[in-house]
Ligand binder design. Structure first.
Ligand code: SF4
Length: 580
């Protein structure tokens, strides 16, 4: 019998459809259809009496939102999944509990069937920010298709932290006509590079965008930053390391807070590493040596689709050559496509990572665990995993946001690190965070080599300070502590909790980005830029901290500058205003 409501634990994360749609454009119908959804177990859908594609209202202690209900391909009764994005952000726990990281996973929710329809991206933004939004300027780009066909070899994909460097991209004139070897996500980014582009700097005047030249937009940007008491410079993980370096110089000049997107992904990993150190390895080492790979709280089949074939589960290494020579374990709160390929799948209760890791450490260290189950996992399964870990010749624990975004945050990571350290008393074991944005590691590394701190920087006193949970972009926006923001290669309006977005919409925002996104719509100034790794050169750090050079394959749309060139010009203007 259908009931009017069910209670579920809500987790959010990357889905393949969401990842593919986001680089086409967040203001598109496609993004709305793929992201305004909640995946429910078939039995849960039946209980609600809702058909696949019907609508439901999701209510939590933090807000409510309407989304399309989708039948999950996997069994996870009582656990619901929403793709990361503006709809999920409304119902997630925005509290960071001093870590800088909101709680995007493991939130208790009530789901009810409804006749209401989900709000589109733009209407959602209007409703939550309680503002009118200017219209988007759509323009078609004429591409030169004349000339010889040319195949660019060893092109690097700039979507995720894998930075796959074996792509073949066929170009005719200035048109990209074919992309080989990339996954669905990488191919979508490269092939759709010209859709929803911004083709001229824009300034908002009387609730509409007016076209201006770069000089005017950059001058106004410099004025806003210099006149602000405490501006925030945020984003940086989807641009070149050279740009990030300039961003930090600018932050120092204007006394700003400077933060990158790791605050919303692996910030807790950094906190854990600061407490406990780490045992790292390159992806090459893992591919060649690892006979045991554990994916904990991550789903690379969706988030890093080529990771398995290039570097981990299915990769052909020098010493471990086939899948049969490897044991694969997945630890997650629900069955995922990655769990389908595992030899051992350990289903854990949401928010129980800390307890399970602690139990594993006890068993590894020959201590007795005097309970029948931990985090919903029967004791014999925990012993089975501990045994696999101790008997591996070379183990690799790859972990994702399932560990960093749940309760415990940095403390979870500390325990994961200590588990791997304990295992090194028995065998060789390494740890690798599965980093998302293609150069989020570069954002951490550039911040580290310039200031000694990897993220959540604050230059308000003229020298760098680092106090995550106080100087994190999330806290600063949640508490309304900044009075201007420069957003580079990022879309916080789509990925920050709704409360933070509401505060962002109250201050002057400048966005530097190639495409229209949600943050553009709440910006005073929009400065278009070229894509690093497609339309201009640069460098980026792979998830294992290996630095790679990004090539230019085609020209950007006419007159469009790189992030690096734009930042250099803003710094010049700021110095002029500061008489430096
Ligand atoms: S796995 Fe990541 S880097 Fe590799 S092709 Fe796919 S999106 Fe690009």
């Amino acid at each position: 019998m259908p009931t009017s409501k069910i209670n579920v634990t809500l987790v959010t994360g990357r889905s393949l459809d969401q990842g593919e749609a986001l680089d086409i454009g967040k203001i598109t119908e496609r993004y709305f259809k793929k992201v305004a959804v909640i995946e429910l177990d078939e039995e849960d859908l039946k209980k609600l009496g809702v058909t696949n594609g019907g609508t439901v209202e999701i209510k939590t202690a933090y807000g409510s939102v309407v989304a399309f209900a989708v039948k999950s391909r996997f069994k996870h009764q009582g656990v619901a999944f929403m793709p990361m994005g503006p709809w999920a952000n409304i119902v997630c726990d925005f509290n960071t509990y001093g870590s800088g990281m909101p709680t995007f996973k493991g939130v208790e929710a009530e789901v009810t069937a409804t006749e209401k329809q989900p709000l589109t991206t733009i209407n959602l933004l209007k409703e939550y920010c309680e503002i009118e939004l200017p219209s988007i300027i759509h323009e078609k780009i004429k591409v030169n298709e004349e000339g010889e066909e040319k195949v660019h070899e060893a092109v690097i994909c700039t979507f995720c932290g894998c930075l796959c460097d074996d792509l073949q991209v066929k170009v005719k004139g200035n048109k990209i006509i074919e992309v080989r070897r990339a996954c669905q996500l990488g191919r979508s980014k490269i092939l759709h590079r010209l859709e929803n582009r911004i083709l001229s700097p824009l300034i908002k005047e009387e609730e509409r965008f007016i076209k201006v030249d770069y000089d005017t937009a950059i001058k106004k940007t410099a004025e806003i930053l210099v006149n602000a008491s405490y501006p925030l410079l945020y984003g940086w993980s989807s641009t070149s390391t050279e740009t990030i370096r300039l961003g930090i110089e600018l932050a120092e000049l204007v006394g700003a807070a400077f933060d990158n997107t790791s605050v919303m992904c692996h910030g807790p990993t950094i906190l854990g590493v600061q407490e406990a150190g780490t045992v790292a390895a390159t992806l090459g080492k893992i591919r060649n040596y690892a006979d045991l790979i554990i994916y904990w709280g991550c789903n690379p089949v969706f988030a890093h689709p080529r990771h398995l074939a290039r570097y981990s589960a299915m990769a052909r290494g020098i010493y471990v050559k086939t899948r049969k020579e490897r044991k694969i374990v997945v630890v997650d709160v629900r069955e995922t496509p990655t769990a389908k390929i595992a030899d051992l799948f350990i289903k854990i209760k949401p928010n129980s990572d800390y307890e399970l890791i602690k139990a594993l450490r006890m068993i590894i260290n020959d201590l007795d665990v005097e309970v029948d189950e931990v985090g919903g996992v029967p004791l014999e399964k925990i012993y089975e995993l501990a045994d696999l870990m101790r008997s591996a010749k070379y183990g690799a624990l790859l972990f994702g946001l399932g560990v960093t975004m749940t309760k415990g945050k940095g403390r979870n990571i500390e325990e994961v690190i200590r588990l791997v350290q304990d295992l090194n008393n028995w065998t060789k074991f390494v740890l690798l965070p599965m980093r998302g944005h293609y150069n989020v590691v570069g954002a951490n590394m550039a911040s580290l080599w310039l200031t000694g701190f990897p993220y959540a920087l604050d230059f308000a006193r003229g020298y760098p300070r680092h106090n995550p949970g106080v100087t994190s972009a999330t806290e600063l926006l949640l508490n309304g502590e900044v009075d201007a923001a420069l957003i580079v290669a990022s879309d916080p309006a789509a990925h920050f909790p709704a409360v933070a977005v509401k505060n962002l919409a109250k201050i002057p925002v400048i966005t530097i980005d190639p495409k229209w996104n949600m943050t553009c719509l709440i910006s005073e100034i929009i400065i278009p830029s070229a894509y690093a790794g497609i339309e201009c050169e640069g460098s980026a750090y792979r998830m294992d901290k290996v630095v790679l050079h990004l090539k230019k394959i085609v020209d950007p749309p006419p007159g469009i500058l790189s992030d690096e060139a734009i930042l250099k010009r803003i710094i010049k203007e700021v110095k002029k205003l500061r008489r430096l």
